[in-house]
Design a binder for this molecule. Structure first.
Ligand code: NAD
Ligand code: MG
Length: 387
């Protein structure tokens, strides 16, 4: 039985991970859970999964949770604030941490979990994008595993099993195309938050759904792939695949191309990130190619989706630039969700913030440099929102 904890257990990734535990209780034991503010759902999860420790990041909510829990016979340790989330990430003999927190808020807990010797099932891509230059050396130093749970990176990782790294030539990330795939570019001016939240294939948290509509999600995944698989940016490609059945592909030096296929269901990549190197038998719906409609592919439209180019440029610039891109994007998406800016202002704000950072970038940033760049970029993006 593997002992796991889930950071952000009340979100889309968190609840889908708990669904796996519910279905395969003989495989996993939940040690710790965390939420930002959703104590009602956390309370229900405590009753169902009996964790040893839970954290509420929002300190104002923790007393309410304590009151709710006082009615239980067996109550977990309750901790609060960002420090509380870190305590859960480092707790006891937990083996694997699923990082389901959204945004750069996941960075410090992930770093502390690595230092405590925990394997990381990485859903929280923002952590690696911003913190790659410090996270990767720590993975080496502490000898832990960084296992991708993002569906594309899981697909690449699955294809890479048994492949010598020197034989990998190119990775090809598939993208659904997001909410506005079939909308003409000139109509993007008029789209609303509600329109952008309608993802064609996946049901996810709001932030990543907006990232899918701008295709920044794919841009962030390019940087994620660079860090995870040590592939040069010139060898990372994107192809639009509206059906989301092929989750990504790799090309080898002899031109052979390998792909991983499955329904658009995050539980499979999450399960593999927890079971690797083993496979666990499931009774999930089988893929039936004969019953499926066509699988189609097209080139991404880089003019319609400037976020893709911005992400490649930030990735190539390296240093703390990906952290700046990520933080500006987090702020711009937040402002868009609050209806303070239009959809097309998102790439504009990110581009301007990155431009203003160029001369401050350093090629070997420390954790402090990254945290400082992150804060600076949030402030700069917010200033641009207000302009
Ligand atoms: P979500 O918004 O549904 O859930 C986020 C979780 O993090 C919640 O439990 C919330 O309480 C917690 N949280 C939010 N802000 C926090 C903070 N400041 N401190 C501590 N906890 C905080 O998000 P999601 O869709 O589950 O996405 C989580 C991460 O996984 C993101 O990085 C996303 O890019 C990545 N991801 C998600 C999916 C998906 O299908 N949802 C797929 C691939 C990758
Ligand atoms: Mg993905």
């Amino acid at each position: 039985m593997k002992k796991i904890s889930i950071l952000g257990s009340t979100g889309s990734i968190g609840t889908q991970t708990l669904d796996i535990v519910y279905q395969y209780p003989e495989q996993f034991k939940v040690m710790g859970l965390t939420t930002h503010s959703n104590i009602e759902l956390l309370f229900a999860q405590i009753k169902q999964f009996h964790p040893e420790i839970v954290a509420v990041a929002n300190k104002e909510k923790v007393e309410n949770l304590k009151n709710m829990i006082s009615t239980l016979d067996n109550s977990p340790i309750i901790v609060a604030g960002d420090q509380g989330v870190i305590e859960v990430a480092c707790y006891g003999d937990t083996e694997s941490i699923v990082t389901g927190i959204v945004g750069c808020a996941g960075l410090l807990p992930t770093i502390e979990a690595i230092k405590a010797g925990k394997d990381i099932a990485l859903a929280n891509k923002e952590t690696l994008i911003a913190g790659g230059p410090v996270v990767l050396p720590l993975i080496e130093k502490y000898g832990v595993k960084l296992l991708p749970a993002d569906s594309e990176h899981s697909a690449i990782f699955q294809c890479l099993q048994g492949i010598d790294n020197k034989d990998l030539k190119r990775v090809i990330l598939t993208a659904s195309g997001g909410a506005f795939r079939d909308l003409p570019t000139e109509k993007l001016k008029f789209v609303t938050v509600e329109d952008a939240l309608k993802h064609p294939n996946w049901s996810m948290g709001k932030k990543i759904t907006i990232d899918s509509a701008t295709l920044m999600n794919k841009g962030l995944e390019v940087i994620e792939a660079h860090f995870l698989f040590e592939v040069d940016y010139s060898n990372i490609d994107i192809v639009i695949h509206p059906q989301s059945i092929i989750h990504s592909l790799i090309e080898l030096i002899d031109t052979s191309v390998l792909a991983q296929l499955g329904w658009p269901d995050m539980r499979l990549p999450l399960l593999y990130a927890l079971s690797w190197p083993k496979r666990i038998h499931t009774d999930w719906k089988q893929l039936d190619l004969a019953k499926m409609s066509n699988l189609t592919f097209q080139k991404p439209d880089y003019d319609k989706y400037p976020c893709i180019k911005l992400a490649y440029a930030a990735g190539k610039a390296g240093g703390a630039m990906p952290a700046v891109l990520n933080a500006a994007n987090e702020q711009a998406v937040k402002s868009f969700l609050n209806k303070e800016i239009t959809f097309l202002a998102i790439p504009y704000i990110i581009e301007k913030t990155c431009e203003l950072f160029v001369s401050n970038n350093s090629s070997q940033p420390t954790l402090d440099d990254i945290l400082e760049a992150d804060q600076w970029a949030r402030g700069t993006a917010l200033m641009l929102v207000k302009k």
